[in-house]
Write a protein of this length. Structure first.
Length: 453
């Protein structure tokens, strides 16, 4: 069986790219004992077609048995110009054979009889049909449609973006074009009813983790973590996360300031009460003094403890300079640390006890899945799709009404103050990931799609 996975750029660090790598590795490791596309213990051929190649290396570990090819736009037309100078193997031979076809495309573009995006569509269809794949799994936003279908190939579109976001930036033509695919796969059940209006064969298959880590984080660590690509639209919500963190810091100062006068005035010196030092002591309520003193002491201790917490944001992208500017503007330099994208993300997970997600929209957030697998206590806005599939509110974490920054800050402080709550949430979150999103559980769903046992 031959399977092709299409992705816009496999060399950048992101959730969809990580999912494609995970799927390629998992498909490559599958053995099929029966079914239409296999015979006794055969192994599939897995290929990844990347439409662009911004970086030299793939940021996630991919099996050497998986073939990766970068699609080279021979017409050299924006926005699909690729910086790769050569085309490997049968793709190169195919394009040479299709020279007449490509000249026709150049002519159509030159005289504006066809749009640039359509050039990519037509050339992709030629490449794919000539190679006779059994399954083509498209992971792009809108870069591929099977207009010219091979009758023996099944075309699958895996949606990494929520309907809510797509409805804001696309039109009816986009949704109607999805009918060209044989199967539409969603990552969450929350939008199943919506997508069934546009396609008759819709399945739900969440993302998975290749392995469930045996280790869990130490919840005594005073670190809040957030990870993601810093894109121009601020999908991950890092800018509003900084606003939330500023609220947290303000509340910490308020706790400290409210404690100081109470500690000083609980039982002040007679001279501070306007009395003579030698005059008889006025009657006071010792219980009132004791309670006020204890309350003030607790607030002061809590403020001192909360001041030790740090927010670490891991990621790279065009928005990074704006994030840095906002950190300076909000005077958060001492409590916020920015780190570049790293392949050793496990180290970051194990160095924190809370995972904070502030995304404006998600499909199915891999970073939230990964962080909870390491036992981090999660907190997230309850956006249209994604977090609510992973977090059970008040049981394995907190879900906050979208854009309610004040409530988010309050719940974040609640987690920061209570280590036992972090431990309980983290333990339950890890259990949910193990039971619902392991590779073994999810691959059974893919085997059903492939029609194999």
């Amino acid at each position: 069986m031959k399977i092709l996975l299409i992705i816009e750029d496999i060399t950048i660090g992101g959730g969809a790219e990580r999912v494609v790598v995970n799927l390629a590795n998992a498909f490559n490791a599958m053995r099929f004992d029966s079914g239409k596309y296999c015979c006794g213990g055969s192994k599939p051929q897995i290929e990844v077609l990347s439409l662009k190649n911004k970086n030299k290396n793939i940021p996630y570990p991919l099996s050497t048995e998986v073939r990766v090819v970068c699609y080279h736009d021979l017409c050299d037309l924006p926005p699909y110009k690729c910086d790769i100078k050569t085309i490997k193997g049968h793709y190169k031979r195919l394009c040479i054979k299709s020279k007449v076809f490509l000249y026709k495309l150049r002519f159509l573009v030159k005289f504006k009889l066809i749009k640039t995006g359509e050039v990519l569509q037509r050339k992709l269809n030629v490449v794919i049909n000539k190679n006779k794949y059994d399954f083509v799994i498209d992971n792009t936003f809108a870069d591929f449609y099977p207009y010219y279908k091979n009758k023996n190939t099944k075309y699958i579109h895996l949606k990494h973006i929520s309907y809510y976001f797509l409805s804001q930036c696309t039109n009816d033509k986009y949704f109607k074009s999805l009918k060209n695919f044989d199967t539409l796969i969603l990552l969450t059940n929350k939008e199943l009813d919506i997508w069934q209006r546009y396609h008759s064969n819709v399945r739900v298959i969440p993302n998975f983790l290749p392995t469930i880590p045996q280790v869990s984080t130490n919840h005594s660590q005073k670190v809040v973590l957030s990870v993601g690509r810093m894109d121009s639209g601020d999908q991950k919500g890092f800018l509003r996360l900084l606003d939330i963190w500023k609220m947290v810091q303000t509340k910490i100062v308020d706790y400290h300031d409210s404690a100081l006068p109470n500690l000083a005035m609980t039982n002040p010196h007679p001279s501070l009460r306007g009395e003579s030092v030698d005059s008889p002591k006025q009657s006071i309520n010792p219980k009132m003094d004791c309670h006020e003193s204890l309350r003030a002491s607790r607030n002061d201790n809590m403020a001192n403890d909360l001041r030790e917490w740090k927010l670490i944001i891991v990621g790279d992208g065009v928005l990074k300079s704006e994030i840095e500017s906002k950190i300076r503007a909000l005077n958060l330099g001492e409590s916020v640390l920015l780190k570049p994208f790293t392949k050793d993300i496990e180290r970051e997970y194990l160095g924190a006890s809370i995972y904070a997600m502030a995304s404006h929209f998600e499909g199915f957030p891999m970073v939230l899945l990964e962080s909870t697998a390491y036992g981090l206590a999660p907190i997230s806005f309850d956006i249209a799709t994604g977090p609510s599939e992973i977090i059970e509110h008040n049981k394995s974490g907190f879900l906050i009404a979208d854009n309610d920054l004040e409530s988010y800050a309050e719940k974040l402080i609640t987690l920061m103050r209570d280590e036992s709550m972090r431990v309980a949430f983290g333990k339950e979150a890890k259990k949910i990931v193990s039971e619902r999103f392991s590779k073994e559980v999810i691959m059974e769903k893919w085997r059903e799609v492939f029609g194999i046992k």
